[in-house]
Design a protein around this ligand. Structure first.
Ligand SMILES: [Zn+2]
Ligand SMILES: [Zn+2]
Ligand SMILES: [Zn+2]
Ligand SMILES: [Zn+2]
Ligand SMILES: [Zn+2]
Length: 615
């Protein structure tokens, strides 16, 4: 019987991208570099914006196939090879080192010793180093490692090994590798196999030829082949947005309405004073103008810039993808293309004066429903041992100028905060002090370079606030709507220097049909407002409190405060930062810091208490 192995095209970037090790039907493989990809049938994935950012000529998706035959050269699909090459027989315990030349089409490897019908099992342990290399454990060396060098030299066989299991013990303690060469009998248990043992690094990955190996002196670590630190893919993603030139144009009709308002002249006279607030709100109520527009018009009229001058354009700023995406989402008249369709929506709370709804209305700004979006995800390479270790490029030979990518289609909800509310909260000294301690931890972190591309040059309170809100919203929505948290993703737009203050929560699938509109329905009024309120109430409490709430540094590199698996973290694929820079306290308050939605929590509690009394 011939077996079918299949890696879906949408999985060839994540989770089974170049360098990943994975099991299929009891066999274990590693995805090879794109230098081995078939040139026939690969599909171009256009994304000019992402290509220019990454400095490549373009992207290709692996040719789609129903049966990726790793053992057939130039077959369709993303290529992969057997790894680890050391296998063992569950019946006779003989270990076999399988060469690529020995692969038989469509057949799992059988035992050469007892019966070809016995399928061999891959060894559970492999070795990695921080230069991104991966290799088989030198099992002969391991079996003989308790012997002296002279004794070792006496053993004339290299591959006569058995993988033994003792019935008197369990776990690693029960396992050992023994040499069955005549007169040798060396063996060693696996109890202490994990870790570093002074073994040499092969200086390459399994698909690279020996000639491509480099001299590597990094310490080698033995890990399980399913270990989390075996593989960290480096993925970049961009949304397809309509081409726009410069900043979003001002809505002229709306601007005229504001300027013609009876109170406009009065507002210009008192701009900045306490009375201005009331005037603003009245003008906004009558015209529907948002804070950004009012600020722009006030600046034009009075010459005072409420939010400081824009940062000068640097090369890094031009490469930032968030700028254009933010502009596309907040454009007063949304540009719609085949792969990008937006609809302006609301929380459905206009005119609402009763708390906590009125508070919610002030705290949030725009709601935009994204009926259709296209995202390109490209893999530039991977690291091993830790996320900040040496990057291994997707083309290990470093000759190709393109990257592997996939496109996905989906839908989303774009949500901004109330610009003025945010400004006032962010100006609070307690908030600034609180976040400056997080900034200090970020400066010390080895993840800084990666995270700064998301946060902007200075970590602002709004980044941590918006990021935490995105996590809480995804968790709440998955709780209420049947989406799994892993099927939802976030994008944070929180660069103060670009006047960004919003999030996108979206879902995307591999086929061109995209998703079915279920997420967008969750964003329609009044549902979204109700979800946001329940999210806010839930955020005030974590099952790990008071420990979680009082934390001064948890998570990777101490980059989180009040945020743990029980309350705020998401699956890795959902999060842009790898679950760093989260803090519920900035949302609901706590310790010495006021939360952005603290008054909403208090009002919701008061309303609940009133309701109880009336019963
Ligand atoms: Zn056997
Ligand atoms: Zn031996
Ligand atoms: Zn190495
Ligand atoms: Zn928690
Ligand atoms: Zn996140």
């Amino acid at each position: 019987m011939s077996r079918t192995l299949r890696v879906r095209q949408s999985q060839t970037v994540v989770p089974f991208g170049v360098g990943a090790v994975f099991d299929i039907q009891g066999e274990s493989f590693v995805a090879t570099g794109i230098g081995d990809w078939p040139t026939r049938g690969r599909q171009p994935v256009p994304s000019p914006r992402l290509a220019s950012r990454l400095g490549v000529t373009g992207f290709y998706a692996a040719p789609a196939t129903a049966n990726d035959r790793f053992d057939t050269p130039d077959a369709p699909g993303a290529p992969y090879i057997r790894f680890p090459s050391w296998l063992f027989c569950g019946a006779c315990r003989r270990m076999t080192r399988r060469r690529i030349a020995e692969e038989k089409r469509g057949q799992p490897p059988g035992c050469p010793s007892c019966s070809p019908a016995r399928t061999l099992t891959p060894m559970r342990f492999v070795q990695i180093c921080a230069a991104g290399h991966l290799g088989d454990v030198d099992w002969w060396f391991w079996a003989h490692s308790r012997r002296g060098a002279a004794e070792r030299r006496q053993c004339g066989e290299r591959e006569k090994l058995r993988f033994l299991v003792s019935e008197r013990a369990s776990g690693l303690e029960a396992l050992s590798v023994a040499c069955t060469a005549k007169g040798c009998g060396a063996s060693r248990g696996l109890l202490d196999i994990l870790g570093t043992h002074g073994m040499r690094c092969s200086g390459r990955n399994p698909w690279q030829r020996s000639a491509e190996a480099v001299e590597c002196v990094r310490p080698v670590q033995v890990v399980q082949r399913t270990a989390g630190n075996l593989y960290y893919p480096v993925v970049h993603s961009a949304l397809d947005i309509p081409e726009t030139d410069g900043p979003a144009p001002v809505d002229d009709a709306l601007a005229a309405k504001v300027r013609e308002h009876d109170l406009w002249v009065s507002l210009c006279k008192v701009a900045g004073a306490g009375r201005a607030e009331t005037l603003r709100e009245m003008i906004q109520e009558d015209t529907g103008a948002d804070d950004a527009l009012l600020d722009d018009l006030l600046t034009e009229e009075t010459g005072t810039a409420p939010s400081g001058p824009a940062a000068p354009e640097t090369p890094a700023a031009r490469l930032d993808l968030s700028r254009e995406e933010w502009a596309a989402f907040t454009a007063p008249v949304p540009l719609v293309t085949r792969d990008f369709a937006l609809r302006e929506s609301t929380l459905g709370l206009s005119g609402e004066t009763a708390e906590p709804w009125a508070g919610l209305r002030r705290a949030f700004g725009q709601v935009v429903l994204v009926d259709r979006l296209r995202e390109v995800r490209a893999l530039s390479g991977f690291t091993r041992v830790s996320p900040d270790a040496t990057l291994v490029p997707a083309d290990t030979a470093r000759r190709l100028k393109w990257l592997p990518a996939v496109e996905v289609f989906g839908e989303g909800i774009f949500l901004t905060l109330g610009r003025r509310e945010l400004g006032a909260w962010e100006a609070d000294q307690r908030v600034r002090r609180h976040v400056s301690s997080m900034r200090a931890d970020l400066d010390r972190s080895f993840q800084k370079d990666r995270l700064v591309t998301l946060t902007g040059p200075d970590l602002a309170p709004r980044f941590v606030l918006l990021h935490t809100l995105a996590h809480l919203l995804i968790r709440q929505m998955s709780f209420e709507s049947g989406y799994t948290t892993a099927s939802l993703r976030e994008r944070i737009y929180a660069r103060p220097e670009q006047d960004q203050y919003g999030i996108l929560v979206y879902t995307a699938a591999g086929d061109a049909e995209g998703t079915l509109g279920g997420l967008v329905r969750q964003g329609e009024p009044p549902r979204l407002a109700e979800t946001l309120l329940r999210m806010t109430e839930a955020a005030a409490w974590c099952s790990a409190d008071p420990l979680c709430a009082e934390h001064t540094g948890q998570g990777f590199g101490n980059l989180n405060r009040a945020a743990c698996h029980a309350c705020a973290l998401l699956p890795e694929t959902s999060c842009e930062t790898g679950n760093a820079l989260l803090d519920r306290a900035l949302v609901v308050g706590g310790g010495h810091v006021p939360g952005y939605l603290e008054s909403v929590v208090a009002a919701a509690r008061a309303a609940a208490a009133d309701a109880l009394e009336e019963m």
